[in-house]
Write a protein that binds this ligand. Structure first.
Ligand SMILES: [Zn+2]
Length: 138
């Protein structure tokens, strides 16, 4: 049975939340490089962040669950600038982003997905992680 990286994370909080949610739905999955990234965050880009790994056969189901979790998270987030809840996750427009994905694909058995940002569709506000509830940006 082969396994596949379904999502990458730059922090173990988000990784653990998604891992637990998938395990709660009965999927057999695990995190790869969690300890390495947590202990040495400086090298997280070089090793491709924390990887959430699922079995090949569970990829489609896990993808649908992750999309569902992301939708719920975005729906419940309020923009700190315009107070709408219309965020969208989009690829970060950086050349190194695609270079990392290509190099990990070339030198290992998987490709790390490109880095994303969250963008408010009303005012264009962008952030690497979703703002916390109650945070106001000036
Ligand atoms: Zn906004």
């Amino acid at each position: 049975m082969n396994s596949v990286v379904i999502k990458t994370f730059d922090n173990y909080f988000s990784a653990r939340i998604f891992l637990t949610k998938l395990q709660d739905r009965g999927l057999n999955c695990y995190l790869f490089d969690e300890n390495t990234v947590t202990i040495g965050p400086v090298i997280s880009t070089a090793i491709g962040y924390i990887k959430l790994v699922v079995a090949d056969k569970d990829f489609d189901f896990a993808s649908r669950l992750l999309a569902e979790f992301e939708y719920e998270k975005l729906k419940n987030t309020v923009c700190p600038k315009c107070f709408s809840n219309n965020f969208l996750e989009i690829p970060k427009p950086a050349r190194k982003n695609y270079l990392v994905a290509f190099l990990t694909w070339l030198f290992s058995s998987y490709a790390v997905s490109v880095e994303n940002v969250y963008q408010c569709q009303n005012c264009g506000y962008e952030c690497d992680s979703l703002p916390e509830a109650g945070f106001v940006y000036n």
